[in-house]
Design a protein around this ligand. Structure first.
Ligand SMILES: Nc1ncnc2c1ncn2[C@@H]1O[C@H](COP(=O)(O)OP(=O)(O)OP(=O)(O)O)[C@@H](O)[C@H]1O
Length: 782
C-alpha cells in the first residue's frame, strides 16, 4: 500500500523531531560520560589518599578496612554508571540514524484514542516520560510481528490485552532520512525482507528485528515448557531466531537474568565469531558461547588425547580404503546411539555389584592403600546407596585410613632426614600452623621431643597433601580402566546385559577401541560415553548459574550429549535448533536425535516448532537445493529472484582451476563480496588451494580458523555449517566425491550456504544427486 506524499512528509518530520531529541539526550549523556570518566580516573589515582590507613591497633585496622571498602564501592558504582551510560550512548547513536523500523496503530478495547506505537531497537522516552519509540521486545510490539489489521490481542505479564489494530507500517530509515515507507497487511512486508535479504553476505551475522516473521516471533517470545525444539529448513532463520530470543529473554527478565546466565552451544569456534556481533548490535551483551568439544577438553582432556569431531569427519570421508573402516563407522553409529546409552546405564547398575576398578593409593612408589582394599571397602557399603554416594563415603573412609597411615609414617627414616633439611621458610610455616592450632607456645618449643614430634607430623602431612587431594577428587577410581573393561573382552557385556543386541562387528569394534585407548587416544565417539560414565560414578559438577541453554546445529548431537548438557545445567531451560537434512556426522540417523529429547524432559515439557520457509537463498537456489533431499518439497522459498544455479562439467583439474578462478573474478566484478569454494573435506580443500592460489587471491579455511573476512575463500563443507556466502562454488561435485547416500546431506549443506549464486563444477561423471534435480531448475554451462 502506498503512503501519500503528505503522510510521508509528516513521518519525516517526526523522524526529525525524535532524532533531534535523541541528539540532545546524547549530548547530556556525553557530558555525563566525560564527568564519570574523570571522576573514575581521580578516584583511582587518589585511592590510597582518600582512605584512612591505620593498622596499629585492632580497632584502627577495622576502620581502615571499612574505609577501603567504602572507597571501592564508590569506584565500582561510578564504573557501573560509566558502562551503563556508554551502552546507552551506543544504542542512541544507532537510533539517531534509524530511530524505528515499524509502527502500529492500536486502539485498546474501551479506549477512545488510537495509540501510534513506533518500534525500534530500544525504547526512547521524552522528558515527560512519554514513549517516542517502543522497544521491539515490549509486549505490545508483538502485534507488529503477529497481528493482522482488525481485532487483535497480545499477552503481557499482567494478562491479555485486546483491541483493534488499525495500521501496520514499515520504514527504512538511514541517517535520519526515510528511504522507504509502506503499509502492510498480514505479514511483515515482503518489500523490506526483499531489501534486507538482497544485500551482500557479511563476515558477521546481522540482527533481524525489523523483519521477524510470525512463526519466528512465536519461538522468540515463547514462555512455554522447559524444552523448545525448533526443526527448520536450511536458511529458515534458526540461528537468527535463537539470537533474537536471547535478546528478548534479557529484556523480558531484565533485573533477574543476565547475559552470562545464558549459554549457546555452537558447532565450531568460527561460528562463535560469526554470530558474536548480533547481540551487541541490539545493545545487549553477548551470552556465553562454547562448543561441546571445549566442554569435553575441560573435563576429560587430562585423561586422553581427544580426537575432535572434524578429524573424525575427515576420517569418515576420506579413509574408505582402510580395512578397519566399516567397523569404525559401525562403532561410531553405535557408540552415539540411545542403545549404547542404555548399555552404559546397565553397566553402571552392574558396577554397583561388581566390576568397579580402582587405583592403588601410592606415595611415590610405595603402595599405601591397595586397590583391592579400596574395592573391598566400596562393596561393603550398602548397595541401596547410589554409586556416587558410596564413592563419597568411600573417600571419607580412605581419608581416615590415610590419617592412620600418616601416623605410622612419622617414625620412618625419610621423615627424620627431611626434618634435618627443612628450610627456614618451611620452619616458619610450621610454627605458624602450630600457633594457629594453639597446640604449642613458643616456650614449649624448647622441648626437643615435642618439637621433633610436631615437625614429623608436619612433614608427613605435607607429603600426604597431594594424595589427600586426589582422594577428595575421587582420582582413585580407575575411570579409564572401567571404560576399557567394557571392550577388553567382547563377551564382558553378557555379564550384565545378556539380552542386548550388539553391532555385528562388536569384536572388531572392541579391538579397535582398546588399541586406541592403550595408545592414550580417545576417539570422538568414545569421548561423551566416557564422560557420561565418569559423571555417573563420580557425580556431576553442575552449573546452577546457567538459566537458558541454546543448542544450535543440534542434529549433530548424540543422545548422550543432550543428556549430559541437561544434567550439567539442571536449572536451565533449553532451546534446541536443528535440521535433519543437514545431519552430516557419521552418527546421524534420521530423526533419532530429536526423538530422544522428549524422554529427557518428559513429553509435557516439550514444545516443537517447525520452520519451513527458507530466507537465505534466492527462490531459484531453494527450488534447486530442495530437490536434493527427500521431503524437500515441504521447504518454501522466499520469493527473491536471482540467476538459476549453473552446472559445469570440466575435463580435468587444470580446466577446473581455470574455470573456477574465472568464475571468482566475474562474481567479484558483479559486486559479490564473500565467495566460498566449498570442498568436501580438508584434504580436498588443500588440493583446491594448491591449484587456485596461483590464479586468484584466495584464503584457505581450516578447523582452527576462528573467523573469516570478506573475499574469496576455500572451506570444507562441514566447517561452512551455519554460515552463508554471497556465492558458493562447489569445487567438485563428481560421482566419486558425492556419490554415496551418506554424502547427500553434506552436499545439500554445502549448496544451501549460497545466498545469491550457486555454481557447481565436476570432473568426469556428475554426482547422482544432481541427476534428481529437474533440468529446468539449472543452467548447463559449457
Ligand atoms: N525474519 C528474517 N528477516 C530477515 N532475514 C532473515 C529472517 N530470517 C532469516 N533471515 C536471514 O536468513 C539467513 C539464514 O538465517 P539463519 O542462518 O538464522 O538460518 P538457519 O536456519 O540457522 O540456517 P542453516 O540451518 O542453514 O544454517 C540469514 O541471512 C538471516 O539473516
Amino acid at each position: 500500500m502506498s503512503v501519500t506524499q503528505q503522510e510521508w512528509q509528516k513521518e519525516q518530520e517526526r523522524v526529525g523531531r525524535v532524532t533531534a531529541e535523541i541528539g540532545k539526550r546524547m549530548d547530556d549523556l556525553q557530558q555525563r560520560v566525560s564527568g564519570l570518566k574523570s571522576e573514575i580516573v581521580n578516584i583511582r589515582k587518589n585511592f590510597w589518599d582518600d582512605v584512612t590507613v591505620n593498622v596499629d591497633e585492632p580497632h584502627e585496622t577495622v576502620e581502615t578496612a571499612v574505609s577501603v571498602k567504602q572507597q571501592a564501592e564508590v569506584l565500582a558504582e561510578r564504573e557501573r554508571s560509566f558502562r551503563h551510560a556508554n551502552k546507552e550512548l551506543s544504542i542512541l547513536s544507532r537510533m539517531r540514524k534509524s530511530p524505528w523500523f515499524g509502527r502500529i496503530d492500536f486502539r485498546e478495547d474501551g479506549e477512545q484514542e488510537t495509540e501510534k506505537i513506533y518500534l525500534g531497537i530500544a525504547s526512547f522516552r521524552d522528558e515527560n516520560d512519554e514513549f517516542l519509540v517502543y522497544d521491539w521486545r515490549a509486549p505490545i510490539s508483538s502485534l507488529y510481528y503477529d497481528g493482522t489489521p482488525g481485532t487483535v490481542r497480545y499477552e503481557t505479564p499482567g494478562g491479555t490485552v485486546t483491541g483493534t489494530l488499525e495500521l501496520k507500517r514499515q520504514y527504512i530509515i538511514r541517517n535520519g532520512k526515510i528511504i522507504s515507507l509502506f503499509d502492510t497487511g498480514v505479514t511483515i512486508g515482503d518489500e523490506l525482507l526483499q531489501e534486507v535479504l538482497g544485500k551482500h553476505a557479511d563476515a558477521q551475522m546481522k540482527s533481524i528485528v525489523a523483519t521477524i516473521q510470525k512463526e519466528q516471533n512465536r519461538i522468540i517470545r515463547s514462555e512455554g515448557p522447559r524444552l523448545l525444539i525448533v526443526q527448520g529448513a536450511a536458511g529458515s532463520g534458526k540461528t537468527s531466531t535463537a539470537l533474537q530470543r536471547v535478546a528478548w529473554l534479557l529484556y523480558r527478565y531484565r533485573g533477574s537474568l543476565t547475559a552470562d546466565q545464558i549459554m549457546l552451544f555452537s558447532p565450531n569456534p568460527m561460528f562463535n565469531s560469526y554470530v558474536s556481533t548480533v547481540l551487541p548490535e541490539l545493545g545487549e551483551e553477548n551470552m556465553q558461547q562454547t562448543t561441546f568439544q571445549e566442554l569435553l577438553e575441560k573435563r576429560i582432556g587430562n585423561m586422553y588425547e581427544l580426537e575432535d569431531p572434524f578429524t573424525q569427519m575427515e576420517y569418515v570421508l576420506t579413509s574408505m580404503d582402510d580395512p578397519e573402516y566399516s567397523a569404525r563407522i559401525e562403532g561410531i553409529q553405535y557408540k552415539t546411539s540411545t542403545s549404547f546409552m542404555n548399555l552404559i546405564d546397565q553397566y553402571i547398575a552392574y558396577l554397583g555389584q561388581d566390576g568397579m576398578l580402582f587405583h592403588d593409593l601410592k606415595l611415590e612408589d610405595e603402595v599405601l592403600i591397595p586397590a583391592d582394599y579400596i574395592r573391598h571397602q566400596f562393596y561393603s557399603l550398602p548397595a541401596s546407596l547410589t554409586i556416587h554416594d558410596r564413592m563419597s563415603l568411600l573417600a571419607e573412609r580412605l581419608l581416615e585410613d590415610l590419617k592412620e597411615r600418616a601416623r605410622l609414617e612419622r617414625s620412618k627414616p625419610w621423615v627424620e632426614e627431611e626434618i634435618q633439611y627443612l628450610d627456614r621458610h618451611t620452619l616458619v610455616r610450621a610454627y605458624q600452623t602450630l600457633q594457629k592450632q594453639k597446640r604449642f607456645t613458643m616456650t614449649t618449643f624448647d622441648d626437643f621431643e615435642r618439637e621433633r614430634e610436631f615437625l614429623a607430623a608436619f612433614v608427613v602431612h605435607e607429603r600426604f597433601r597431594p594424595l589427600r587431594q586426589s582422594v577428595k577428587r575421587l582420582e582413585f577410581v580407575d575411570i579409564a580402566g572401567i571404560y576399557r573393561q567394557l571392550f577388553a573382552d567382547p563377551d564382558y557385556v553378557a555379564r550384565f546385559a545378556p539380552e542386548i543386541r550388539l553391532p555385528d562387528n562388536w569384536k572388531t569394534i572392541c579391538a579397535q577401541t582398546v588399541e586406541r585407548l592403550d595408545r592414550g587416544k580417545l576417539s570422538c565417539e568414545d569421548a561423551t560415553p566416557l564422560l557420561y560414565l565418569k559423571e555417573q560414578i563420580e557425580g556431576l559438577e553442575t552449573d546452577n548459574t546457567i538459566r537458558h541453554v541454546f543448542i544450535d546445529e543440534a542434529q549433530d548431537y548424540s543422545p548422550f550429549q543432550f543428556a549430559f548438557v541437561k544434567r550439567l545445567y539442571p536449572r536451565a531451560r533449553m532451546t534446541v535448533l536443528g535440521d535433519f537434512n543437514q545431519a552430516i556426522f557419521a552418527h546421524a540417523t534420521d530423526g533419532d536425535v530429536f526423538q530422544a529429547l522428549p524422554d529427557l524432559f518428559g513429553t509435557d515439557e516439550v514444545e516443537t516448532f517447525v520452520l519451513t520457509r527458507s530466507y537465505r537463498s534466492t527462490r531459484q537456489i531453494v527450488e534447486f537445493t530442495r530437490q536434493l533431499i527427500a521431503g524437500g518439497e515441504a521447504i518454501e522459498p522466499f520469493n527473491r529472484e536471482g540467476p538459476k544455479p549453473t552446472l559445469t562439467q570440466v575435463a580435468d583439474c587444470n580446466e577446473l582451476a581455470k574455470r573456477i578462478a574465472g568464475r571468482i573474478r566475474s562474481l567479484q566484478d558483479a559486486g559479490h563480496q564473500t565467495i566460498a569454494v566449498i570442498c568436501k573435506t580438508a584434504r580436498e580443500s588443500r588440493e583446491a588451494y594448491e591449484v587456485l592460489k596461483e590464479q586468484v587471491p584466495i584464503r584457505l579455511i581450516g578447523k582452527d580458523s576462528v573467523s573469516f573476512e570478506k573475499g574469496a575463500l576455500i572451506i570444507p563443507a562441514y566447517l561452512a555449517k551455519g554460515i552463508e556466502f554471497d556465492a558458493v562454488i562447489i569445487f567438485n561435485a563428481s560421482e566419486g566425491v558425492y556419490g554415496k547416500e551418506s554424502e547427500r546431506k553434506l552436499f545439500y549443506t554445502a549448496c544451501t550456504r549460497a545466498m545469491h549464486e550457486l555454481h557447481i563444477y565436476w570432473i568426469g561423471n556428475r554426482s547422482p544427486f544432481l541427476a534428481q534435480v529437474s533440468p529446468d531448475l539449472y543452467v548447463i554451462e559449457k
